[in-house]
Design a protein around this ligand. Structure first.
Ligand code: FES
Ligand code: FES
Length: 155
Protein backbone atom coordinates (compact mmCIF):
# COMPACT_ATOMS: atom_id res chain seq x y z
CA UNK A 1 0.00 0.00 0.00
CA UNK A 2 1.41 3.38 -0.96
CA UNK A 3 0.29 6.32 1.12
CA UNK A 4 0.51 9.88 -0.10
CA UNK A 5 -1.36 13.15 0.24
CA UNK A 6 -3.20 14.41 -2.82
CA UNK A 7 -4.61 17.92 -2.80
CA UNK A 8 -4.54 17.95 0.99
CA UNK A 9 -6.30 14.62 1.44
CA UNK A 10 -4.69 11.32 2.41
CA UNK A 11 -4.72 8.61 -0.25
CA UNK A 12 -3.73 4.93 -0.02
CA UNK A 13 -3.14 3.11 -3.25
CA UNK A 14 -2.75 -0.61 -3.71
CA UNK A 15 -0.81 -0.24 -6.94
CA UNK A 16 2.49 -1.07 -8.62
CA UNK A 17 5.11 1.30 -7.15
CA UNK A 18 6.71 1.59 -10.58
CA UNK A 19 3.49 2.77 -12.20
CA UNK A 20 3.73 6.39 -13.35
CA UNK A 21 2.19 8.82 -10.88
CA UNK A 22 0.09 10.12 -13.77
CA UNK A 23 -1.83 6.82 -14.00
CA UNK A 24 -2.40 6.76 -10.26
CA UNK A 25 -3.88 10.25 -10.45
CA UNK A 26 -5.98 9.73 -13.56
CA UNK A 27 -7.04 6.09 -13.24
CA UNK A 28 -7.05 5.35 -9.51
CA UNK A 29 -8.04 8.76 -8.15
CA UNK A 30 -10.05 10.01 -11.17
CA UNK A 31 -8.17 13.29 -11.21
CA UNK A 32 -8.27 13.69 -14.96
CA UNK A 33 -7.31 17.36 -15.07
CA UNK A 34 -3.67 16.29 -15.39
CA UNK A 35 -3.13 15.35 -19.03
CA UNK A 36 -1.12 12.71 -20.83
CA UNK A 37 0.81 14.14 -23.75
CA UNK A 38 4.14 12.62 -24.74
CA UNK A 39 4.71 10.20 -21.88
CA UNK A 40 8.43 10.99 -22.03
CA UNK A 41 8.88 14.08 -19.87
CA UNK A 42 9.07 16.28 -22.97
CA UNK A 43 5.82 18.23 -23.22
CA UNK A 44 4.87 19.21 -19.66
CA UNK A 45 1.15 18.39 -20.04
CA UNK A 46 1.33 16.09 -17.00
CA UNK A 47 3.00 18.57 -14.63
CA UNK A 48 2.00 18.32 -10.97
CA UNK A 49 3.71 19.45 -7.77
CA UNK A 50 5.49 17.00 -5.51
CA UNK A 51 6.18 18.67 -2.17
CA UNK A 52 5.80 21.97 -4.01
CA UNK A 53 8.22 21.20 -6.84
CA UNK A 54 7.01 20.76 -10.42
CA UNK A 55 7.49 17.21 -11.71
CA UNK A 56 6.41 15.32 -14.81
CA UNK A 57 3.88 12.81 -13.55
CA UNK A 58 4.28 10.63 -16.66
CA UNK A 59 7.85 9.80 -15.76
CA UNK A 60 7.68 9.93 -11.97
CA UNK A 61 7.02 6.51 -10.41
CA UNK A 62 4.26 6.31 -7.85
CA UNK A 63 6.88 5.16 -5.33
CA UNK A 64 8.56 8.59 -5.55
CA UNK A 65 5.37 10.16 -4.19
CA UNK A 66 5.11 7.88 -1.15
CA UNK A 67 4.78 9.96 2.01
CA UNK A 68 4.78 13.17 -0.02
CA UNK A 69 2.30 15.86 -0.93
CA UNK A 70 1.01 15.90 -4.48
CA UNK A 71 -0.89 18.89 -5.81
CA UNK A 72 -2.75 18.72 -9.11
CA UNK A 73 -4.72 21.23 -11.15
CA UNK A 74 -7.80 20.20 -9.17
CA UNK A 75 -6.20 21.36 -5.92
CA UNK A 76 -3.83 24.18 -6.84
CA UNK A 77 -6.57 26.83 -6.67
CA UNK A 78 -6.82 26.44 -2.90
CA UNK A 79 -3.49 28.25 -2.49
CA UNK A 80 -3.19 32.02 -2.85
CA UNK A 81 -0.75 31.64 -5.72
CA UNK A 82 -2.85 29.06 -7.50
CA UNK A 83 -5.96 31.18 -7.19
CA UNK A 84 -4.18 34.27 -8.55
CA UNK A 85 -2.78 32.29 -11.48
CA UNK A 86 -6.15 30.76 -12.36
CA UNK A 87 -7.85 34.17 -12.21
CA UNK A 88 -5.15 35.67 -14.44
CA UNK A 89 -5.63 32.79 -16.89
CA UNK A 90 -9.35 33.55 -17.04
CA UNK A 91 -8.86 37.30 -17.26
CA UNK A 92 -6.44 37.04 -20.17
CA UNK A 93 -8.32 34.18 -21.81
CA UNK A 94 -5.14 32.13 -22.14
CA UNK A 95 -6.31 28.66 -23.26
CA UNK A 96 -7.08 27.73 -26.82
CA UNK A 97 -7.69 23.98 -27.07
CA UNK A 98 -6.74 23.78 -23.40
CA UNK A 99 -4.86 20.50 -23.52
CA UNK A 100 -1.55 21.84 -22.26
CA UNK A 101 -3.01 24.35 -19.84
CA UNK A 102 -3.14 22.30 -16.63
CA UNK A 103 0.58 21.74 -16.97
CA UNK A 104 1.19 25.38 -17.88
CA UNK A 105 -0.65 26.54 -14.75
CA UNK A 106 1.21 24.10 -12.51
CA UNK A 107 4.57 25.27 -13.84
CA UNK A 108 3.51 28.92 -13.52
CA UNK A 109 2.49 28.39 -9.89
CA UNK A 110 5.80 26.72 -9.09
CA UNK A 111 7.66 29.62 -10.69
CA UNK A 112 5.74 32.25 -8.72
CA UNK A 113 6.27 30.21 -5.57
CA UNK A 114 10.01 30.51 -5.99
CA UNK A 115 10.19 33.96 -7.61
CA UNK A 116 7.49 36.52 -6.86
CA UNK A 117 8.43 38.93 -9.66
CA UNK A 118 9.82 36.91 -12.55
CA UNK A 119 11.28 38.63 -15.62
CA UNK A 120 10.38 37.58 -19.16
CA UNK A 121 13.61 35.57 -19.22
CA UNK A 122 12.72 33.87 -15.92
CA UNK A 123 9.32 32.99 -17.31
CA UNK A 124 10.72 31.68 -20.57
CA UNK A 125 13.24 29.53 -18.69
CA UNK A 126 10.71 28.16 -16.20
CA UNK A 127 8.06 27.49 -18.85
CA UNK A 128 10.33 26.14 -21.59
CA UNK A 129 9.38 22.54 -20.80
CA UNK A 130 5.67 23.18 -21.31
CA UNK A 131 4.84 22.82 -24.98
CA UNK A 132 1.69 24.39 -26.43
CA UNK A 133 0.75 23.29 -29.93
CA UNK A 134 -1.73 26.19 -30.07
CA UNK A 135 1.04 28.72 -29.41
CA UNK A 136 -0.37 30.45 -26.32
CA UNK A 137 3.09 31.38 -25.07
CA UNK A 138 2.58 35.16 -25.17
CA UNK A 139 -0.70 34.88 -23.27
CA UNK A 140 0.91 32.55 -20.74
CA UNK A 141 3.68 35.05 -20.15
CA UNK A 142 1.23 37.95 -19.79
CA UNK A 143 -0.91 35.97 -17.35
CA UNK A 144 2.10 35.13 -15.20
CA UNK A 145 2.99 38.84 -15.01
CA UNK A 146 -0.62 39.61 -14.14
CA UNK A 147 -0.70 37.01 -11.35
CA UNK A 148 2.65 38.28 -10.10
CA UNK A 149 1.26 41.83 -9.91
CA UNK A 150 -1.78 40.60 -7.98
CA UNK A 151 0.32 38.61 -5.54
CA UNK A 152 2.88 41.34 -4.89
CA UNK A 153 0.45 44.26 -4.73
CA UNK A 154 1.38 46.36 -1.74
CA UNK A 155 4.39 44.16 -1.00
S1 FES B 1 3.05 13.67 -20.81
FE1 FES B 1 4.48 14.01 -19.26
S2 FES B 1 5.84 15.45 -20.10
FE2 FES B 1 4.53 14.93 -21.76
S1 FES C 1 -3.84 25.51 -25.64
FE1 FES C 1 -3.81 23.93 -27.11
S2 FES C 1 -1.97 22.87 -26.71
FE2 FES C 1 -1.85 24.63 -25.47
Amino acid sequence: MIKLTVNGKPASLDADPEMPLLWALREDLQLTGTKFGCGMALCGACTVHLDGQPVRACSTPLSAAAGKKVTTIEGVGSSKTGRAVQLAWLKLDVPQCGYCQSGQIMSACALLGSKARPSDADIDAAMSGNICRCGTYNQVRAAIHDASATLTKGA
